[in-house]
Design a binder for this molecule. Structure first.
Ligand SMILES: Cc1cc2nc3c(=O)[nH]c(=O)nc-3n(C[C@H](O)[C@H](O)[C@H](O)COP(=O)(O)OP(=O)(O)OC[C@H]3O[C@@H](n4cnc5c(N)ncnc54)[C@H](O)[C@@H]3O)c2cc1C
Length: 413
């Protein structure tokens, strides 16, 4: 009897993996301690972001640290009570803030990002989720041309991945995006991109498609993975044990705890991020954008205008903080001065980030245990391709990209 493959975690990475495995003819069980699409995949900015190829840990970070630490409107926060636990990760993360390491990270991320719009379209073909993928342009919104020029290193990295913007400045900014006030004086516009207009519902409908096509979803909290002679044999949950032929860990930030159960300490930290939704907005941008000095994405979504971003390094088991949300609202008010709305919603989620900002995609030895987590700011973008790559590996196929940057054993000492 062929045993099923168990996919642990039903966010964008897990649901994509389950679908691509199912399409290859496997019997698949998708497990989640909650409902599909309710983790970090729920509340993100929904941007398909090949441009997010350069990591936060770029060489420019060094000159920005004093600003981030002293400016009350800075979009970067630290949970100081978590600092002692964060420090070993932070040292590794900052050691990557060099030109050579950044180029290496960019070269590793580009192959899983560059065709993300096509990857989403292939994933959703024939599903009800097709309606949530929308073609669009995308803008980086800067307070001035000087601020755009100061970002030259980042644009050099994006250019190496084939992304070159059209620059719009002065009054033409408000002609391009009438919602923007005078706080934005320069747009760097990229063509041929896309966005998701309801990420949580998107993942939920994809999970339903998986079930409608014979897949099994079980709501269960995975406690451990049991191996027999170094091969996965069963997944142990609060709902009992389930035998399997292979298992895939796609549990976002919570993958860290599951890896510890396997004896592997992965340096994975939560970049806590926030969103505010402005319901029934009086105006929306024509295309999504990122407000660079507030570090948040703006996406006109089904449920309102979502502003999502901010980085707060900290504990994924602690409650949301007030200050990042206050700063997010303040920046939104500054750039959209005439925006009216009837109510707002707030949310916090956890970007799972490794020191080299690169996800872990691959098999742990020959254990039959595969990983697909650590997608920091780019999980919605790269989730479908991650799922496809894992399915190819399980099928014994050789992916057409170099998988070595994502080696899940690179942190094993
Ligand atoms: C504010 C913000 C904005 C963002 N904007 C973007 C963006 O515009 N574009 C982009 O590409 N990315 C963006 N991201 C990042 C993106 O949201 C994440 O990288 C992505 O959602 C991670 O998906 P995932 O499937 O790995 O994890 P998740 O979506 O977190 O899913 C993990 C699932 O595993 C389940 N789970 C955990 N532990 C267990 C267990 N023990 N047993 C069973 N189930 C378990 C959880 O319940 C959860 O459903 C943003 C993130 C934030 C916070």
């Amino acid at each position: 009897m062929t045993l099923p493959i168990i996919v642990i975690g039903a966010g964008i990475c897990g649901v994509s993996t389950a679908i691509w495995l199912q399409r290859s003819g496997h019997q698949v069980i998708l497990m989640d301690k909650g409902q599909p699409g309710m983790g970090t995949s729920f509340g993100n900015a929904g941007l398909l972001a090949p441009w997010a190829v350069d990591p936060v840990s770029s060489p420019r970070l060094w000159s920005q640290i004093p600003y981030y630490l002293t400016n009350p409107n800075s979009p970067l926060f630290l949970q100081w009570n978590y600092f002692p636990k964060l420090l070993p990760w932070l040292i590794k993360f900052l050691s990557n803030a060099t030109d050579s390491q950044t180029r290496r990270i960019v070269a590793g991320l580009a192959p899983i990002l560059h065709d993300s719009v096509d990857q989403h379209k292939e994933l959703v073909r024939g599903t009800s989720a097709e309606k949530w993928v929308v073609d669009s342009k995308f803008s980086y919104a800067y307070p001035s041309q000087t601020a755009f020029k100061a970002d030259a290193y980042s644009w050099k990295m994006k250019a190496s991945a084939g992304l070159t913007p059209n620059i719009i400045s002065g009054h033409a900014v408000q002609e391009e995006e009438p919602i923007l006030g005078s706080a934005i004086q320069c747009l760097a516009v990229l063509e041929g991109l896309g966005h998701i207009t309801n990420p949580g519902q998107y993942v939920k409908e994809l999970a339903q498609y998986f079930v409608d096509n014979g897949g099994r979803f079980i709501q269960a909290d995975v406690k451990n993975l049991h191996r027999r002679q170094d091969r996965i044999s069963e997944v142990q949950t609060d709902q009992g044990s389930f035998r399997c032929g292979s298992a895939v860990i796609t549990a976002g930030i919570w993958s860290k705890e599951l890896m510890i159960k396997l004896g592997l300490k992965i340096p994975l930290v939560a970049e806590r991020g926030y969103h505010v939704i402005f319901e029934n907005p009086s105006e929306v941008p024509r295309n999504p954008m990122v407000i660079t000095n507030g570090k948040f994405g703006v996406n006109p979504m089904e449920m309102g205008l979502r502003c999502a971003g901010i980085v707060e390094l900290g504990d994924h088991q602690a409650a949301a903080s007030n200050t990042p949300l206050r700063v997010l609202r303040k920046h939104a008010k500054a750039v959209f001065p005439n925006l009216k709305f009837t109510a707002t919603q707030e949310w916090m989620g956890f970007r799972p980030t490794t020191p080299d900002s690169t996800p872990l995609i691959g098999e742990l030895g020959n254990s039959g245990i595969f990983t697909g987590f650590g997608h920091q700011h780019i999980g919605i973008t790269a989730g479908p391709k991650t799922g496809r790559l894992i399915a190819e590996l399980i099928n014994g196929q050789t992916p057409d990209i170099d998988m070595s940057p994502y080696n899940p054993e690179r942190y094993v000492i």
